[in-house]
Design a protein around this ligand. Structure first.
Ligand SMILES: O=C(O)CCC(=O)C(=O)O
Ligand SMILES: [Fe+2]
Length: 334
């Protein structure tokens, strides 16, 4: 089991305790590129509601879901993508020497941005299709943004930077929320497909909530089920090509992982992860799974230059976060 940190310690009135927590956070992120957090500030009811709404959306008939379609190109990331539209193995090779086979992703997803994003508008289900989705997701997004800023402050303190160093690069809310449904599939389908292929996230940090679903449509956490589950897996240690299950304590816990931009700023390791068939169990059908990922991304104009003196100066021209996002995302859509 990997370390679980309690983010309420960050709010301690005793600044020594707070700073100690921030150093622990950095120590965990330095080891593996990710950490499990509780009391992160996103209220449990809001997480439950978002999962409920997500489930109800993906339960709709395909023609209803396609009334708010993702554009056929990789950006902007907005709206519904049916199974087969996005295949992440096309970008698996980034900063990895391992040869990645081309794999189909067996997932469907819904991408949402901030309502305040000046560049891209959201694509919402039209009136009459899943009313309530929009409000629920906007409120969840706001909670995640507030949590993001606190976590960025904690990372800044832990690294010995001024408290708002990272927050200041995230004022424009260019963040994205992604609901993913991994439908029930036949085990044999994993021969040339996966859930989501190995990759690093492109932004600063990702807050990931996961909900493994058992029978009867109920939600509960089953660490040792007798049927096959797909797990989120993290590369451990970083760079090893070995993936271990990132099991967690249920949907209210959040996995925070370092993305490519934070790596460029701070040298913390951007965590490679994937969702694939769990190795331990044997069964014919692989049950469905739900996750919600909130991708904290830098302001588009932010320069990706090292923030710590201890880091080497990059040899190439510095990129803005926007240039980098475009470079990374190209090619992910079929
Ligand atoms: O479903 C998950 O646990 C991970 C999803 C993910 O890694 C992504 O969308 O970038
Ligand atoms: Fe990811």
């Amino acid at each position: 089991m990997f370390e679980q940190l309690d983010f309420s310690q960050f709010h301690s009135e005793n600044t020594d305790e707070r700073d100690q927590f921030c150093r622990e956070l950095i120590s965990e992120l330095s080891k593996s590129g990710w950490v499990r957090l509780v009391n992160h500030g996103v209220p449990p009811e809001s997480i439950d509601r978002a999962f409920e709404m997500s489930r109800e959306f993906f339960d709709l008939p395909l023609d209803q879901k396609l009334k708010s379609p993702h554009p056929p190109t990789a950006h902007p990331h907005r709206g519904f993508s049916p199974v087969g539209l996005e295949n992440i193995s096309t970008v698996s090779n980034y900063r990895s020497s391992a040869i990645q086979p081309l794999l189909r992703d067996m997932k469907e997803s819904y991408d949402i941005g901030s309502e305040l994003d000046p560049l891209y508008s959201n694509i919402w289900p039209p009136p009459g299709v899943h009313d309530g989705f929009r409000n629920t997701m906007n409120s969840f997004f706001t909670f995640c943004y507030d949590a993001e800023l606190m976590i960025l402050d904690a990372i800044s303190i832990g690294l010995g930077l001024p408290i708002h160093s990272l927050r200041e690069l995230h004022g424009a809310q260019t963040n994205e929320l992604r609901l993913t449904h991994y439908p029930e599939v036949d085990r044999a389908d994993f021969a040339n497909a996966t859930r989501i292929a190995a990759h690093t996230d492109f932004g600063t940090i990702t807050l990931l909530f996961q909900d493994n679903v058992g029978g009867l449509g109920k939600r509960y956490y089953l660490p040792n089920m007798d049927i096959e589950l797909t797990f989120k897996e993290m590369e451990q240690p970083p760079g090893s090509g070995v993936f271990v299950p990132a099991d967690n304590a249920g949907p209210h816990e959040c996995i925070v992982n370092v993305g490519d931009c934070l790596q460029m700023w701070t040298g913390l390791h951007s965590a490679r992860h994937r969702v694939h068939l769990a190795k331990e169990n044997q069964g014919n059908m692989v049950p469905e799974r739900f996750s919600i990922a909130y991708f904290a991304k830098p302001d588009r104009a932010a320069l990706l230059r090292p923030l710590l003196d201890s880091l080497d100066k990059p040899a190439q021209k510095l990129l803005t976060a926007n240039e980098f996002q475009h470079m990374r995302i190209e090619g992910t859509y079929a």
